[in-house]
Design a protein around this ligand. Structure first.
Ligand code: KG4
Ligand code: ZN
Length: 341
């Protein structure tokens, strides 16, 4: 480590992954450790907040020690500690925030709170060293569906958002309806390869007077209706066709609205972010659409799309450069808004 290097220890515990990472100078990931609780929550068909908090407490020290050891550094090498303080499950967030505050106090190093979704957007910087704002980011995660214009490293403008369910939530709910289990996104992604995406014509709702907003609850109900009607008529449902047709409906609106937003705001570069950005068909379709429109297109590798601490380290680095420092009174903010400081 050179004297001028900025080394961030980043912590992420907003939902069901306990994660820690060491990130050098914003874009070089020295370690990225994730302890997933998915197997535990599978038993309940979704994330149980109390269990998540308890598991974070059990794992957090282990995960941080592993991140330091894999990076070959100690607490004394760290410039600042970055942590997700919202949005997310309050009890889960508090574990990471308390840990980060303890490290900041004990080592007398700056504390930098990070917005989880801004972290997802910043995941794009890690593998794409040439990427710089301004660009457009389509954020599709379990809790968020936002079209965000990234004006600068720390400046975000929301152009569109979901009015009801997030895209990932729709994937998870539909997977439950057709009996695929939790988390549904990756399962629908895989099963869609065996189905016909044109088999069922599911609705693609749009919002009047808000062409960049989304709505997925009607689509989710349409899948439920389709399954119920089949059951009543004694027709066997074809799960692969349902998965493929549902996935196509979601991707159609995401791609269409992203391209519309890029064109209407005169932006040349598009990025994907969030867990649903790991979806193979979404990545392919968005790439094709961007190529057709002459837009640059970036996306993180799948492991950096779903929750991780490396993305929090990158976001914390740009916050640190902008002079953001939090006090030891930093609290978890479960409904923290994008761009809120
Ligand atoms: O960003 P993320 O890890 O956590 C949140 O911040 O919410 O996103 C999790 C969401 C879940 O809804 C999961 O089903 C979805 O991302 N997901 C996928 C895929 N991998 C994860 N959705 C579609 N296709 C995938 N391959
Ligand atoms: Zn996330």
């Amino acid at each position: 480590m050179a004297d001028k290097d900025i080394l961030i220890l980043a912590i992420e515990s907003s939902c069901d992954e306990t994660a820690a990472s060491l990130v050098k100078n914003g874009r070089e990931v020295l370690s990225n450790i994730i302890s997933s609780q998915i197997e535990l929550h599978k038993l309940f068909g979704g994330v149980v907040p109390e269990i998540a908090s308890r598991k974070h407490i059990e794992k957090i020290n282990e995960v941080i020690e592993e991140a330091l050891s894999e990076a070959g550094v100690t607490f004394d090498d760290i410039t600042a500690v970055g942590v997700t303080y919202g949005p997310g499950l309050v009890g889960a967030l508090l574990v990471g925030v308390a840990e980060a505050k303890a490290i900041s106090y004990a080592k007398n190093i700056p504390l930098v709170g990070v917005h989880h979704i801004e972290g997802h957007i910043c995941a794009n910087y890690i593998e794409n060293k040439d990427l710089e704002p301004p660009f457009l980011s389509m954020v599709v995660s379990g809790g968020h569906t936002h079209l965000v214009r990234v004006d600068d490293y720390n400046q975000y403008t929301i152009l569109g958002r979901t009015r009801d369910d997030a895209a990932g939530e729709a994937f998870d709910k539909v997977a439950r309806v057709i009996g695929l289990g939790y988390p549904g996104g990756p399962k629908i992604d895989a099963l869609s390869n065996e189905g016909n995406a044109d088999a069922i014509d599911f609705p693609k709702p749009s919002i009047e007077d808000a062409p960049l907003d989304f709505s997925f609850s009607g689509l989710k109900s349409a899948v439920l209706n389709h399954v119920n009607v089949c059951n009543m008529k004694g027709i066997e449902t074809n799960k692969a066709d349902i998965a493929a047709s549902f996935q196509k409906a979601v991707i159609d609106v995401i791609v269409e609205r992203t391209i519309l937003a890029a064109k209407s705001s005169n932006i040349q570069t598009v990025c994907l972010a969030g867990g649903v950005a790991a979806n193979t068909s979404l990545r392919k379709r968005m790439k094709k659409a961007c190529e057709a429109e002459g837009l640059n297109f970036y996306f993180p590798s799948p492991g950096l799309c779903t929750d991780n601490a490396a993305m929090i380290g990158t976001a914390a680095y740009y916050e640190y450069l902008a002079g953001v420092r939090h006090g030891l009174d930093l609290n978890a903010v479960p409904n923290l808004k994008i761009g809120q400081r």
